[in-house]
Ligand binder design. Structure first.
Ligand SMILES: Nc1ncnc2c1ncn2[C@@H]1O[C@H](COP(=O)(O)OP(=O)(O)OP(=O)(O)O)[C@@H](O)[C@H]1O
Length: 341
């Protein structure tokens, strides 16, 4: 656990970037710092690896004050990923990833095999390993940045707006990859973003900061959406928080509608299209389907893009098991709200 106790940062010009911040960052989970520009997210993050020194209060890792040891040793045990990846331009991809292991004096063979394995794990084509950073796309560079941060197998990873400079599609892919990777590696990740959607998607816990580096709320995303602590959090979380909350409502055992006659199935019972009203041979596309393990947001997306207004639920073999329409989603939202209040 990383603990902030009354942590303050005042820059030499008098700016108070962080003001008596207290919070506990649980181990092996993703904690996101989110808030408007200038609210002290980056300052808070960088105080953890002492690339910015705090001016007051205490920060400890597993009970030990981070100021009790050498900052260089502290930094070697903490991975750090920043916007634009911050790769060394004159080093190849594989040499970038090998930077910290080399500093730690690992032998060449082990370093190289760990670097290659990590590049594979973050989803980078190994053919790119000998390229220089400028020869990669922004998204590929970020993957290398993540691999480099993981190279010495640190317990903690600090990520400062790592996906902000890439286009929305690549950003979505990188977020999915991070969640997949985290299921395997279970690091303590502290992630900074100004994007509440990214915070809600990635965070096990989200710390909402307000300008002046004050903590407005620290909670799991579903809790943040359901019970914003005050007007600031409510407006930051946004007007469409009802829609976002669907992400946390599982399909689970909700009652599905029976399979309608106009849903065409193949021999294995998998949906292949909707029969057109004219009764011709041509089928209209199904669009995205969902499973019982998905969220209500996936069901809503499925029915909104379906030509019949019905979203198709499939089992693990892709076999259609039922449909939902908007009344089912609305009823599920109402019953979840009733349970909460
Ligand atoms: N070296 C510095 N000297 C003086 N003030 C600074 C310094 N670095 C940051 N600040 C100020 O401290 C405050 C917090 O900055 P910080 O970069 O931590 O915020 P942030 O929430 O990460 O912002 P952004 O989302 O815009 O990156 C801001 O008012 C900023 O101008």
């Amino acid at each position: 656990m990383i603990e902030f106790e009354d942590v303050t940062k005042q820059y030499p010009d008098g700016t108070v970037a962080v003001d008596k911040l207290s919070l506990r960052i649980p181990s092996n989970e993703i904690t996101v710092f989110v808030g408007p520009s200038g609210c002290g997210k980056t300052t808070s993050l960088r105080m953890i690896n002492r690339t910015i020194e705090r001016s007051g209060g205490r920060i400890s890792i597993d009970g030990e004050d981070i100021n009790s040891g050498d900052p260089v040793a502290l930094r070697r045990g903490i991975g750090y990923v920043i916007q634009h990846a911050g790769l060394f331009p004159h080093k190849t991809v594989v040499d970038n990833v090998a930077t910290v292991p080399k500093l730690l004096g690992w032998d060449k063979k082990k370093t190289r095999s760990v670097a290659m394995e990590l590049l594979e794990r973050v989803g980078l084509d190994l053919k790119l390993a000998q390229r220089y950073p400028a020869q990669l796309s922004g998204g590929q560079q970020q993957r290398v940045g993540v691999a480099r941060a993981l190279a010495a197998d640190p317990k903690i990873m600090l990520m400062d707006e790592p996906f902000s400079a890439v286009d929305p599609i690549v950003r979505h892919q990188l977020q999915e990859e991070l969640l997949r990777l985290q299921r395997d590696i279970g690091k303590t990740i502290v992630f900074v973003t100004h994007d509440i959607d990214e915070a809600i998607k990635l965070g096990d816990n989200v710390a909402v900061l307000r300008v002046g580096g004050k903590l407005a709320q620290f909670a799991p995303p579903a809790e943040l959406l359901a019970n914003p602590a005050d007007e600031f959090v409510e407006s930051f979380v946004g007007q469409d928080r009802g829609y976002r909350a669907l992400t946390f409502l599982q399909i689970g055992q909700i009652e599905l509608g029976g399979l309608p006659d106009d849903l065409a199935l193949d021999d294995a019972g998998r949906p292949i299209g909707w029969r057109t009203a004219a009764g011709g041979q041509e089928l209209q596309p199904i669009g995205p389907v969902f499973t019982r393990n998905d969220s209500m947001r996936a069901a809503l997306d499925s029915l909104l893009t379906s030509p019949t207004g019905q979203g198709v639920c499939v089992d693990e073999n892709g076999k259609a098991v039922g449909v939902v329409d908007h009344t089912v989603v609305a009823a599920a939202v109402r019953s979840a709200e009733a349970l909460r209040s």
